[in-house]
Ligand binder design. Sequence first.
Ligand code: PEP
Ligand code: MG
Length: 833
Amino acid sequence: MATDLMLRAPLDGWAAPLAEVPDPVFAEAMLGDGLAIDPTGSVLHAPCAAVVVTIHAARHAVTLRAAGGLELLLHIGLETVALNGEGFEAHVVDGQKVEAGDRLISFDLELLAGRAKSLISPVVITNLGDYAIAERMSDRLVAVGEPLLRLAHVAAAPIEEAASPALEITRRIIVPLPHGLHARPAARVADCARGFRAESAVTRAGRRASTRSPVALMSLGLQKDDEATLSASGPDAEAALSALAALIEGGMGESAAPEPVMAPPKPAAAPTKAGVLAGVTAAPGLAIGRAVHLTQQEIAVAEDGQGAAQEETALAAALAQVGGEIGEILKREADPVRRDIHAAHLALLKDPELADEARRRIGEGRSAGFAWRAAIGGFAEALGALADRRMAERVADLRDLERRVLTVLAGGDADGPEIPAGAILLADEILPSQLMAIAPNRLAGLCTAGGGPTSHVAILAAAMGLPAVVAVGAGLAAVGDGATLILDADAGTLQAAPDAAALEAAQRKLAARADRQAAARAAAGQPSRLADGAPLPVLANLGSLAEAQAAVGAGAEGSGLLRTEFLFLDRETPPDEDEQAERYQAIADALEGRPLVIRLLDIGGDKAAPYLPMATEENPALGVRGVRLALRRPTLLRSQLRAILRVSGRCSLMIPMVSRLDEVRAVRAALDEARRDLGVTGRLDLGVMIETPAAAVIADQIAAEVDFLSIGTNDLTQYALAMDRGNPELAAEVDGLEPAVLRLISQTCEGGRRHALGTSVCGALAGDLAAIPILIGLGVGRLSMATAAIPEAKALIRTLSPNACRALATQALEQTSAAAVRALCEPFRTGGG
Ligand code: PEP
Ligand code: MG
């Protein structure tokens, strides 16, 4: 009869939980469960009777197979593969039988101490076979041969499992995520599923994906509002099903695309001149530079493997190395955009279905490289075929991982390409890790034949301030290396070999732009005034304390919008009153006496909070969001009002998503009650966001009962035009300069004026240089915008005369399209107004 199995310490040293290994591949048990030993001895011994499957070529790791299908990986130190065998001596060969305690590998402890990333040595069970871990002896000193892990034989199903229904339970879900089940939420679902023993899956239109596989989940192509079936079977199926459903239906804190600093990217006009290629703006700007083609060297891989065990070990080691590298970068990376991309890559690398698929092909006799490439290829094809561009653009991330793992397998290094400074990089496609490997400021611009404006490369380029045009097509290949180029990313064009006049014009534009930006930054600390000296305050939109600190440095004169929901996204429970008060106070303090408008939680629609799971709505943008939610959750509202009342400083309070006067009155009543309870007598201005057409139309009635109005042009535009602000297909059309939206803004300002109230704008239009003169002309008295837009907005405002703005606004209201309005504004943007 099969019995339990004791794994004995293979090394002298300190036994620690695997989670303490400073490498996520081991710490997050990507390769399997186990323990780690920080060695004091220098000989690795067999932990049980087994057969040596492989001694790694670098002799730093060994895989063993024991009774009952148990498989083990013993790995000496971290990143020791790089020593290429130096300091290691193997005492066994592949296929050799060993007994517990037999010597496997000796190593030079001193050499490793100086050269390895860490000495800590994982003991990983890569396949439990017929066993389950019953006991771990960790957090203690162990000597070779002492008990380390007790494995219970569980080949006969444990009683609980045998008694549990094999039956599958199912539940229908509707995906509320604004961008569908893309990489980040898919990774969270997989994480959640791994916490249960139940097998669970998501099925859509007859296609089924394991919840443990982010790539399989993504390849279902589930988009916002799509319906799918969640299923689970096994011992804790019900708990797994509820947790997964709550996670997905809760929206996972996903919000729509961040507020753009300037106008959203637009598809380019068709090329007008020979030598001009037209594409799509990925990141705005203008650049002149020499062409440098980035050609991807194909990494050759042999189709046939040299034995399944060897290939599997090689793949596991390569995955571990790439995972470790990404983990290391993640630890150091402070930039949130880059962190997100690295984290998405790590989640894809951990995808069990990718690894399973590669292992399956290795089992058919393929090499590790061939199998990995084929596995990636299958998933890339499935994602590429999806109609959702955001999903299809994740293919580049898969290709990136393909390349990195193959590079490691081929024994090469993954250094970034050598690029001369000031070059305009041309490529069929550039991979996110390649762009991240190039120092910011080294490139003048980037242009790709393929790609799309929502790819990670586009997001990176925008964050680097690098002008970028994508999707210019096959014509890019004909551009000669070294040719002079003008990349006009604002217009989405690339001009090769421009004539002297075109070059001179672009140089003048570039120099003027650089001068303007430098001057704007230098003067950003001055108070914002119009040309006649009248104040026109410029404030910042905030979502965190760090943003508040940055805003002050960039010349913000306060904050006209604190999006409180962003302060509390990464958590499972709502913040209590004390925590809220503390966070708001910290932001008020960072503003050093400047005004702060705190908006009540605006959850729902495109903004979800994990701690407020909401019922599925047919149309969440028109559902229970903003003030509607607050009034349905009086406890939540009360604690937020009390927290805001406790803040000392120049604070005011703003209500989001108002469409009726009774909503304002209800919040006022709750505020008065909170004020009485706390005994607060000081002044707290109450304002209303005007972001529904209804609120704009009754702005005069609202103005009669509040202290200020602030126009949220993002939502006002979406609701006025009936166009989803998060739909990338409509991004170029959801334009707040549409005359219909301008008329609503005008009506709001008029409503405010009747009751002597100031009206602000805090949507993205406030930071759009084309819109600023019109908004001022319509009567807007304060602008609150993304911090990055502040210096140039202030510089522009200094040149504007109120009379010219009024004349411009009157004309703009009579135009018949946003394009016509933008054309009217052009002389003002360039200082000619
Ligand atoms: C708006 O709608 O314009 C606004 C500022 O609010 P948010 O973007 O947070 O919805
Ligand atoms: Mg809004």
